[in-house]
Design a protein around this ligand. Structure first.
Ligand SMILES: [Zn+2]
Length: 249
């Protein structure tokens, strides 16, 4: 085991993310977003390698080793707490390499009485990067009362590729402006980009778990643009909706 260097606090790295043209799907305003974070702690789960952890958080192996006074990359043991410099979000992390139905089941579990969810709406963020925390801040600034999604699936920029983040609205079982409608957002602008294989895989797993748990049929899954009266391109031209639906059948 290793000991922690307490000197890291003196060397806090200010992590500044400036998202210009922050045009999420519910977008009205385009405003830059500035986030600062010294980092967070990550508890190593069984089978997680330093490489996989570094990749999931978008931080270099060297940075993690330095912050934790590690001399050998292979000495990580399950249950070990390591500091991830600059990372924004630690909770409810699923590393793509280890995402299993069991881990997704645990993510979806809630401690409060559950809403009888009926439909699922899929979104893209309309941005090239971002995560649950940065979207929460952006949606607050827009007067939307905070993160408008129940789940956010990362693209490897500001969270892991395929990492499922659970938003506070899901934990509190809080609806957005549509009743009994679950909101899932994939980070990316799918007019310009494509859904990553890891995002696709995580989305299918998340949908399967939610559909089974709340008895939601395939016909009740839709894109934001499919909602009658909506004026949006969300989830973008490249969003593989028909492939998602056929995968779920
Ligand atoms: Zn949308």
């Amino acid at each position: 085991m290793f000991r922690f260097l307490y000197g890291w606090r003196a060397q806090l790295i200010i992590y500044t993310v400036v998202l210009l043209f922050f045009s999420g799907c519910a977008g009205v305003l385009h405003q830059p977003l500035v986030t600062t974070s010294p980092g967070i702690y990550h508890f190593v789960a069984s089978g997680q390698t330093l490489y996989a952890i570094a990749k999931a958080y978008g931080v270099s192996i060297a940075e993690i080793m330095k912050a934790n006074n590690l001399s050998q990359a292979e000495q990580l043991e399950a249950g070990t707490r390591i500091f991830i410099p600059r990372a924004l979000s630690a909770r409810d992390v699923v590393l793509y390499s280890k995402a299993s139905f069991d881990s997704v089941e645990r993510l979806v579990s809630v401690k409060v009485p559950s809403i009888p969810w009926k439909t699922i709406t899929l979104h893209h963020s309309g941005t090239l990067e971002g995560n649950a925390r940065s979207f929460d801040r952006n949606h607050k600034n827009r007067g939307m009362g905070g993160l408008f999604y129940h789940f956010v699936i990362g693209n490897g920029q500001d969270s892991g590729d395929g990492q499922i983040e659970v938003g506070w609205r899901w934990k509190e079982q809080s609806e957005v402006n549509r009743k009994r409608d679950i909101q899932i957002c994939l980070v990316g602008d799918f007019n310009r980009q494509s859904v990553t294989p890891a995002q696709f895989d995580s989305l299918i797993k998340l949908l399967r778990v939610i559909m089974r748990r709340y008895s939601i049929p395939i016909s009740h899954i839709r894109r934001h643009q499919d909602i009658p009266g909506s004026v949006t391109e969300c989830c973008g031209r490249n969003f593989p909706f028909s492939r998602i639906i056929s995968q779920l059948r």
